[in-house]
Write a new protein. Structure first.
Length: 434
């Protein structure tokens, strides 16, 4: 192959055939395509884009660059959910055991914090003793025995994405819909799913700041996953403020457990129920109100919590009540008024500043740190009323206090709280089996 000519073709806006895409990704995975050529191609893709057929070929090649799971011995549907990431987004920790409590198998391959957003694996690891580094065999066993697992992508799953993701991070080639789509779906589809639901976030704390961009990403993800044989739906949801009250690590696990016990903040419960209902709708013709009722009853009866505890135990952890958080510091409002907006990304960077996320790849986390939101957009606040609470040491609070003030805008006029679910993109067409 002459990869230089193929890079030039993409640079000049031409389409790459399926065979060429497969050859490039195969070569990248086995080391015969060097990083500098892959980075040139990634930049050409970012500028020129890809049509849906090219994105399908890229996703398929990345998925097939490693091992894929299959579930011949399971007699229930295998499902998963993916979120494009936000602040306080703890839904995966609740939805995996909730779906398993409904009799579905959930091999949830999750990620760590990315940019200002938190990661499910980092949160889940707040539980003492728990590991998310599981072999393919351990993942298979746990799904069979418990019904769900939340684990990192092992070296065997989509290794081309592991390398390409790290390369994109340092070559300014992350924000490309074809590259994001292939990256997300390669890992998810390698898990041998029967259905997938996507939570595509939009707003100040999301990668896609504008709803239009999020809709485009959602449409591409749904289209490509469906063409690769996995019925998929996406909800485009609001990330203009943290989801729920808690954002961090240990405090998010505590809040997830509240939801699993039938309580917790209404927005977290609602989004979990809507994503679950959407997902089950892809594999089950039951009316969605019955599906939703089933999910509500699993939360309210404690069934989902029992599965959560079994999942934690299977991964080496013990759940023995709420995890400890660092010392609390309140942030009093400097003026009375209405909460008009929040810079959720800035709140995410503040959590990283107090140790809840990484500035460098090898940073270790202080999982007891985080924020608790005491107001939401649209709320009336009085001067001196706490807007939020930071869990960290005094020095950390000093470092982030001004950032926190800048992140919450209080105005004189009344404001509306943004809608939680903005749009739904669905297509249950099945193409080639995964
Ligand atoms: N998450 C991924 O796994 N890949 C991307 O490119 C972006 C978000």
């Amino acid at each position: 192959m002459n990869i230089v000519q193929w890079i030039a073709a993409k640079r000049d806006g031409q389409r790459l055939s399926d065979d060429r895409i497969a050859a490039i990704i195969g070569g990248y995975a086995n080391g015969s395509v060097p990083e500098y050529q892959m980075s040139a191609l990634a930049m050409a893709i970012l500028w020129r884009g890809m049509d849906d057929g090219e994105v399908v070929a890229l996703t398929r090649a990345m998925r097939d660059s490693g091992d894929t799971l299959s579930w011949p011995d399971l007699d229930c549907p295998v499902v998963d959910k993916h979120s494009t990431g936000g602040i306080g987004d703890k839904v995966s920790l609740i939805l995996a055991p909730l779906l398993a409590a409904e009799g579905l198998a959930v091999p949830m391959i999750s990620g760590r914090g990315l940019g200002a957003t938190g990661g499910t694996l980092d949160k889940f690891e707040s539980i003492p003793g728990l590991t998310v580094d599981l072999s393919m065999d351990a993942i298979r066993r746990q799904v069979r025995d418990v019904g769900c697992v939340i684990a990192g992508a092992s070296a065997e799953i989509a290794p081309a994405d592991r390398r390409l993701y790290a390369l994109r991070d340092v070559t300014a080639t992350v924000p490309s819909i074809p590259l994001i789509t292939a990256s997300i779906l390669a890992k998810k589809l390698a898990a041998g799913l029967d259905a997938l639901v996507l939570d595509v976030k939009t707003g100040s704390g999301a990668f896609m700041k504008q709803p239009e961009q999020a809709r485009r990403l959602a449409a591409t993800l749904v289209q490509v996953a469906s063409q690769l044989g996995v019925p998929t739906s996406a909800l485009v949801t609001d990330m203009n403020q943290p989801l729920g009250r808690m954002a961090g690590n240990a405090n998010e696990v505590n809040e997830s457990v509240q939801v699993l016990q039938g309580g917790g903040p209404p927005d977290v419960r609602e989004l979990t129920l809507q994503l679950g209902t959407e997902l089950i709708g892809l594999i089950d013709a039951a009316p969605s109100r019955d599906v939703r009722r089933g999910l509500e009853s699993s939360l309210d009866s404690g069934r989902a919590m029992e599965v959560f505890e079994s999942m934690v135990a299977a991964q080496g952890g013990t759940w023995s009540g709420p995890l400890p958080c660092a010392a609390a510091h309140d942030l009093p409002a400097r003026q009375a008024g209405y909460v008009a907006s929040m810079d959720a990304e800035q709140l995410g960077w503040s959590i990283i500043e107090i140790g809840g996320g990484r500035k460098r790849l090898d940073d270790s986390l202080d999982r007891s740190t985080g924020l608790e939101m005491l107001v939401r957009i649209g709320d009336r606040v009085e001067r001196g009323q706490p807007l939020m609470r930071a869990f960290c040491d005094v020095a950390g609070f000093e470092r982030i206090r001004d950032h926190l003030y800048r992140a919450v805008k209080v105005v004189d006029q009344e404001c509306e709280c943004p809608r939680l679910v903005i749009d739904r993109v669905s297509s249950a067409i099945s193409g080639e089996p995964s």
